[in-house]
Design a protein around this ligand. Sequence first.
Ligand code: FPP
Length: 249
Amino acid sequence: MTAEPLVTASLPSNLDRDRLPHHVAVIMDGNGRWAQRRSLPRIMGHRRGVDTLKKLLRTCNDWGIGALTAYAFSTENWGRPHTEVDFLMTLFERVLRQELAEMDAEGVRIQFVGHLESLPVSLQTEIDRAVQQTRDNPGIRFTVATNYGGRQEIVQACQAIATQVQLGKLAPEDIDENLFSRHLYTAGSTDPDLLIRTSGEMRISNFLLWQLAYAELYVTDTLWPDFDLAEFQQALSDYQQRHRRFGKL
Ligand code: FPP
């Protein structure tokens, strides 16, 4: 990816700054189909997908959105052909290496969620570097879900809490939603206000099962590599029409 001019700095006039979502989450679906429709190998779709993500991150940061979480690789994605999995792991590593300085300069705070221990060691090294280098940055919190599964996250939280109960450090009645949240990978982060899914599928695919409880959903038929600024503006405008009730009247 090459550096691009900052063209998104000001918020479009049809959007209300005070009613922007604080936290946007994205399921970046449709990379493979985007490539196949052009008779290209699927990996070309993932490459283009990185460009889309980079532009979205910059836009969110420029517009004052506090957090962006992207679903990059699910625990189920290991079931893809080895060549595609290897390509994705190498792509994540390369993108992190190449983009870190620029993201750091733009104030982005990077974090990863998922079962990171089973990722390639060289990728874990780049992840650690990116997280450490950007941990005190003041800008957007950018979370990449990698080898992430919502059910697995909930199970590991249960195990950690059960261990504390077994050790006598915690009583069962101490377990409440706050305590549970603090044992998830996303401890300390706010829940997403808006979930965007591209390529038209109406499901959440094991993504942030706990955290998305009250998120507004926006699904578009657009494939991820084609998800541009106009689409994002549409998603935000749609979000601003919603009346969020959080289960109340
Ligand atoms: C889903 O499309 C997309 C993925 C599994 C990978 C998404 C990853 C990126 C865009 C790279 C992000 C990079 C970093 C460093 C965070 P699909 O392959 O399922 O598409 P299909 O449904 O059309 O087959």
